[in-house]
Design a binder for this molecule. Structure first.
Ligand code: GRF
Length: 219
């Protein structure tokens, strides 16, 4: 695969940034052919900003509370992001609902990781909901972002078992292991040009993807 350090990635975060760290590590390790041009947070105290600093990545903070409404924040955020001319916008624990205009602006080049096996458990408290439903399996999904919340086409899923005695925290820890594995993998596939969205459908290696690619802890 040819090196493609021109592939520009902007990562949006709100908190801990462990997925950001996994992507930083994969860029530094050469698994993702690209560069993280900037990390932007809507919270000044987000620990992920320190991770970015440590890796020498430019950071910006844009506090949504300083804007009168969602549209004005999203418009300002778009301008900041577009300064870096990204090929891919990566939502990594960015805890904001995005306006349709924002989502359409990055159609086909914005991805998110969600802690469930979509289409199950869109929204919050996914680990608790999966335990309460008595599911055998849980996990995480990397999907292209569309205006429907957690509803865009899914590229890759990481599956983990739900074990007897699991509480939401223990299960979340197991899901995080998979998140940190599949998110860099998905970013790499897009940076390599292997995965893309064509007319609302994912193509992988030039073929329509009928089902998400599945990874398990044993893979
Ligand atoms: C992850 O659980 C991810 O699935 C969800 O937000 C969380 C972010 O965690 N979208 P981190 O900030 O990457 O550690």
């Amino acid at each position: 695969m040819p090196e493609n350090h021109d592939f520009s990635i902007v990562v949006l975060i709100s908190g801990r940034g462990s997925n950001l760290q996994a992507i930083i590590d994969a860029v530094q390790g050469g698994e993702i052919p690209g560069r993280i041009s900037a990390v932007i947070s809507n919270r000044a105290e987000a620990y992920g900003l320190e991770r970015a600093h440590a890796a020498g990545i430019p950071t910006e903070v844009l506090d949504h509370k300083r804007f009168p409404n969602r549209e004005s924040f999203d418009t300002a955020l778009m301008a900041r992001i577009d300064d870096y001319a990204p090929d891919l916008v990566v939502l990594a624990g960015f805890m904001r609902i995005l306006s349709d205009g924002f989502v359409e602006h990055y159609a086909g080049c914005m991805i998110n990781i969600h802690p469930s096996l979509l289409p199950r458990y869109r929204g919050l408290n996914t680990h608790q909901r999966a335990i309460e439903a008595g599911d055998d399996w849980h996990g995480c999904s990397v999907h292209f972002v569309t205006p429907e919340l957690d509803g865009g086409p899914v590229l890759l899923q990481g599956r983990v078992p739900i074990e007897a005695g699991d509480d939401a925290e223990r299960l979340a820890d197991r899901v995080h292991v998979m998140e940190h594995r599949i998110y860099p993998m998905a970013v790499a596939w897009i940076a390599q040009g292997r995965a893309r969205l064509v007319e609302h459908r994912i193509q992988l290696d030039g073929k329509p993807l009928a089902e998400p690619v599945i990874q398990t802890l044993d893979d």
